[in-house]
Design a binder for this molecule. Sequence first.
Ligand SMILES: Nc1nc2c(c(=O)[nH]1)N[C@H]1C(S)=C(S)[C@@H](COP(=O)(O)OP(=O)(O)OC[C@H]3O[C@@H](n4cnc5c(=O)[nH]c(N)nc54)[C@H](O)[C@@H]3O)O[C@H]1N2
Ligand SMILES: Nc1nc2c(c(=O)[nH]1)N[C@H]1C(S)=C(S)[C@@H](COP(=O)(O)OP(=O)(O)OC[C@H]3O[C@@H](n4cnc5c(=O)[nH]c(N)nc54)[C@H](O)[C@@H]3O)O[C@H]1N2
Ligand code: SF4
Ligand SMILES: [Mo]
Length: 722
Amino acid sequence: MRTAHRTCPICDAVCGLRLTLNDAGRVLSVKGDPDDPFSKGYTCPKGASLGRLDEDPDRLRAPMIREGSQWREASWDEAFQVVARGLHDVIETHGRQAVAAFFGNPTFHTMGGILYRGALAQALGTRNVFSASTVDQMPKHVACGFMLGDPLAISVPDLDRTDYLLVLGANPAVSHGSLCAAPDFPGRLKALRQRGGKLVVVDPRRTRTAAMADEHLFVRPGTDAYLLFGIVHTLLSENLTLIDLEVNGLEELRLLAAEFPPERVSGICGVPAQDIARLARELAAAPAAAVYTRVGTCTAEFGTAVQWLVDVINVLTGNFDRPGGVMFAKPATLELGRTRQPFVTGRWHSRVRGLPEVMGELPVATLADEIETPGEGQVRALVMVAGNPVLSAPNGPRLDHAFQDLEFMVCVDPYLNETTRHAHVILPPPHILQMPHYDFLLLTVTVRDYARFSPQILPLEPGRPSEGEIMARLTLIASGQGADADPAMLDEVILGELLGNAVKTPGSPVEGRDAAELRAALRGDSGVELMLDAMLKLGPYGLSLADLLAEPHGIDLGALRPRLGELLCTASGRVELAPPELAHDVARLHERAAEPPAEFLLIGRRQLRSNNSWLHNVGPLVGGSNSCTLHVNPADVARLGLGEQAVIRSAAGELTVPVEPAESVMPGVVSLPHGWGHGKGRQLVANKHAGVNANALTDETVVDVLSGNAVFNGVPVTIHPR
Ligand SMILES: Nc1nc2c(c(=O)[nH]1)N[C@H]1C(S)=C(S)[C@@H](COP(=O)(O)OP(=O)(O)OC[C@H]3O[C@@H](n4cnc5c(=O)[nH]c(N)nc54)[C@H](O)[C@@H]3O)O[C@H]1N2
Ligand SMILES: Nc1nc2c(c(=O)[nH]1)N[C@H]1C(S)=C(S)[C@@H](COP(=O)(O)OP(=O)(O)OC[C@H]3O[C@@H](n4cnc5c(=O)[nH]c(N)nc54)[C@H](O)[C@@H]3O)O[C@H]1N2
Ligand code: SF4
Ligand SMILES: [Mo]
């Protein structure tokens, strides 16, 4: 028996785990790590199942090659040869734009995924880069980009010190938080109330988070921007603002908000006018308050407008970049990707629908168009890393169909599932316990500054590449260096660039030093660890990998401190309250307000034991409350005469679903969880609990215009008895 420690890689909460293993390396138990200064022993049913998940017999052990409908295991050398040939043939015949890449959500939860994603996309040399960002948080980036100049400057609510938290479109009691890393989010919410603070939840469902709150308000799906404008209107018209930052655009904002008094927006969003005005007054009066919003409003038609107005309110009430309000984490690693160039979108456009590029990528909502539409630049090959868009992207069934037409597809994925079944080659990453772990992304959105590294717990089998090596070899193939090129070569290029830039950067801790000497001093057992060591040494705390190894439970770097001055990089040097792009988008709000509302609106729902599409193959995590049912308000069940099943139709498709009457969902709204619709892959347990694909109903032709983000909430549907 031995004990090992590791950060859970599944969701954004970064919980520390304590595992016991037997001598053969089998996991006997998984508990929260009580010595982790950030998560303090907290864990959830998914973290506790990490051993079961990792030992899943359906996890692929060797690369898989498909010939026609036949799959066979192959050696790594053969698999990379086939990838090299497949990509080469498409690039030779059709050029580099004919190759697309998709990076799914787990890419951002592994070291290999995050560290090589940029290099792989660059080596492919295509503009057809897609990621889970445009089915998730792209509106947040766009709003931060226009307001602060930096799309990565994402603030988090200062959960442990706030006196008033307004949550819209997030259910952290179930999701455990998103773009806000706060282990034991539910406990932190309880603590807020225990210290006399107030929690208000705005959601079309009475969620678990709403049940913990002082107050819950139903809002009509997709209308939060109106509600928030009503709050802004009240703050400005009642002179409740307390702006303590240099801002621009206050007068433009005042003009825009003048059109949205609470009395008007109330009829659109369904929240009583007096409640809207009261929320504004309470936010202004609280000693410290924060407004927090996530997936429920990002994946909606006015996603970017909502993210903007949330931060406008945080600024107007004097709660931006201050303790108890919303603040910015200061991660231990060098902050990459901060170019300090003015934020722009639309540097290129998608070929078929002309949708603007945002942060170097195009919207997933148009991937099927790019594959199906003939012409110069048609996508004919796909490199898919850690994604299952057949279940997770809008109109997934259309993608399911489109993938059949690809001349070549390679997936980096542990499973043969609904998406990877279309691949010609699947390259499986190692077991989770064979991977070292550091949360480059999530540690930039923590509610306390914190760092923790988890070394690999079990060794790799001889000849088995790490996820980083798989990504490096794909990158080398994409750049034309062939299937046999040494991944260490790429690591040296990346490290050389990192250090080379740092020694030339004024103010860097290594300014003027010799890059080769710095390289020689790096320590780590693999490329990803060397990169981590470098980024820690270039980071603001002067830490190293050795320092993190010496503290296996993680290091608390303290409560968040104000740091907007370091991040703000708008051309004006001020926080932009009414950036022209966002002000312009307000016209869309006026247009939509004039349209008659749909009879039913579909929204999503996350389930405690799920994580998007990929945990349904673990026995203890499926069944019972974790089933794919349509929540319908009992009044609507009675009015429509629904029985056990209903037929639900949208502009995109139709499904027959089991009905679960639920008081928690507001009348006129129905809720279906995503990530289900299994049955076509090799996942025995998931196939027995198949459910239906919610994204057969979501419409890929509708996006949040500024960000290109998919719309999963507020989808007009009709419901019929079956
Ligand atoms: N209707 C609706 N649709 C939604 C949402 C919604 O709320 N409603 N939410 C959206 C959101 S927020 C997101 S983030 C997306 C997620 O959508 P995707 O990014 O497509 O992610 P998943 O569906 O979770 O699929 C993850 C894939 O990664 C594989 N995988 C798991 N671990 C690893 C690993 O360590 N390495 C590699 N290489 N692969 C791994 C899994 O087997 C699976 O195939 O779904 C979106 N889709
Ligand atoms: N258990 C579990 N945890 C997860 C995941 C999972 O699949 N399962 N996925 C992970 C991922 S990838 C992410 S991005 C995060 C997301 O984490 P959260 O952002 O907390 O996502 P949800 O739990 O989907 O909460 C969204 C809420 O928005 C509500 N909503 C829907 N439409 C609207 C609207 O128009 N207005 C308002 N105000 N509310 C609306 C929904 O009812 C729901 O309660 O969760 C992560 N954690
Ligand atoms: S809350 Fe998230 S990070 Fe924590 S144990 Fe559960 S799945 Fe893992
Ligand atoms: Mo997500």
